[in-house]
Write a protein that binds this ligand. Structure first.
Ligand code: DP6
Length: 359
């Protein structure tokens, strides 16, 4: 039996001095591309992803009551600049909610190549949300943790959950929690945007990840999505078609129809990249090796292998296929991009706190 990855992290009551959490990256099958509120990280569209079982981020948060600043390290190296600022702003938000002023030391171990379109911010902020919430004693359930993780990085809202997760944009008309808050206020908008598990059939998909370039990207996804929303004439049509894609995707996941899942995911991702190519100035993440891998995916399909590509804010390609075909797909993409490396991922677990003995 496959492990049940939908289990939610246990809520924590009362703060502890230190807590460690682990979270995995997720790959969107229906993409999040475009915010309607930058500060609250509210997206323009719903998105849907698969959490992976590889490349976890492990984050330890430790209260440092005597310190005057937060300390943040990634793989043992102090973070600086904007990356540090994002973590510090996130901790400030947690402190404000907890009514606690103590600073913290955050140590994160990332197995994802940072900034290469492999969703390191998703696993990073999901792990940070779970660990920081425990340390500051927020006592959040999984839905509230998802909302909190969203404030660090939108896609992190989905990594709180395992398997497949949908992230509700929170736009009026969608599912919203029962509340007395006026619907057009900031707290109501914040409450309405969170991820939750998506029911799916017992099927065994794999994502073969072709890392054609593990270096950091030239344009951050944050900047790229802002530019796309503001200047691309293709953004509106893509956002509208993404809504239909999401409805169809949910139905195909319930059936466990890998070919339909792959077709929808591929068209949604290509459409997202089309919106960026039409931005002014254009944002182009797809490189020559990316196109070579896309060609190899077409050849696989011509040879009868179910293989479908999706790409994020970077040149790497993730190929959705059956687990049983993963080695063959990996060999094909390795041949297409000989300079790169290839990873194979399956359905992974949600974010969780580690017990003392697991650290
Ligand atoms: C292309 O979640 O990294 O991977 O909310 O600004 O931190 P911020 O963006 P981020 O964007 C991810 C975009 C994407 C698509 C997706 O994961 O849905």
């Amino acid at each position: 039996m496959r492990p049940d990855h939908r289990a939610a992290p246990a809520p924590e009551r009362g703060g502890t001095r230190s807590a460690t959490a682990v979270a995995h990256p997720n790959i969107a099958l229906i993409k999040y591309w475009g915010k309607r509120d930058d500060r609250l990280v509210l997206p323009r569209t719903d998105s849907l992803s698969m959490t992976l079982d590889i490349l976890p981020t492990t984050t330890r948060v430790r209260l440092t009551p005597d310190a005057e600043h937060d300390e943040v390290t990634l793989d043992g190296v102090p973070l600086e600049g904007e990356a540090r600022q994002r973590v510090v702003a996130f901790l400030a938000l947690v402190r404000e909610r907890a009514g606690v002023s103590h600073h913290a030391a955050v140590d994160s171990e990332n197995t994802v190549p940072t900034g290469a379109g492999l969703a390191s911010s998703a696993s990073g902020f999901a792990a940070l949300a779970v660990a920081a919430s425990a340390v500051y004693g927020l006592g959040l359930d999984a839905t509230a943790l998802s909302r909190l993780a969203r404030r660090g990085s939108g896609s992190a809202a989905r990594s709180v959950f395992g398997d497949f997760a949908v992230w509700h944009s929170g736009r009026p008309g969608g599912p919203a929690p029962a509340t007395d808050l006026p619907p057009d206020t900031e707290p109501a908008a914040d409450l309405a945007s969170y991820a939750e598990p998506v029911p799916s059939a017992e099927f065994d998909p794999a994502l073969v990840i072709a890392v054609v370039n593990a270096g950091p990207k030239a344009v951050s996804s944050r900047e790229a999505m802002r530019r796309t929303v503001e200047t691309s004439p293709l953004y509106g049509p893509w956002a509208a078609s993404s809504e239909t894609d999401l409805v169809e995707m949910r139905a195909t996941l319930r059936r466990g129809d890998l070919d339909a899942v792959g077709e929808i995911a591929e068209r949604n991702a290509l459409g997202m990249h089309a919106t960026m190519l039409a931005a002014r100035p254009a944002v182009r993440y797809l490189s020559a090796p990316t196109l070579d891998v896309l060609d190899s995916v077409l050849r696989l399909r011509r040879d009868g292998v179910s293989a479908y590509a999706t790409m994020d804010a970077g040149p790497n390609v993730k190929v959705l296929c059956r687990r049983a075909d993963a080695d063959r797909v990996a060999e094909a993409v390795r041949g297409a991009a000989p300079g790169g490396s290839v990873l194979i991922a399956g359905r992974g677990p949600g974010a969780r706190l580690l017990a003392e003995g697991e650290r």
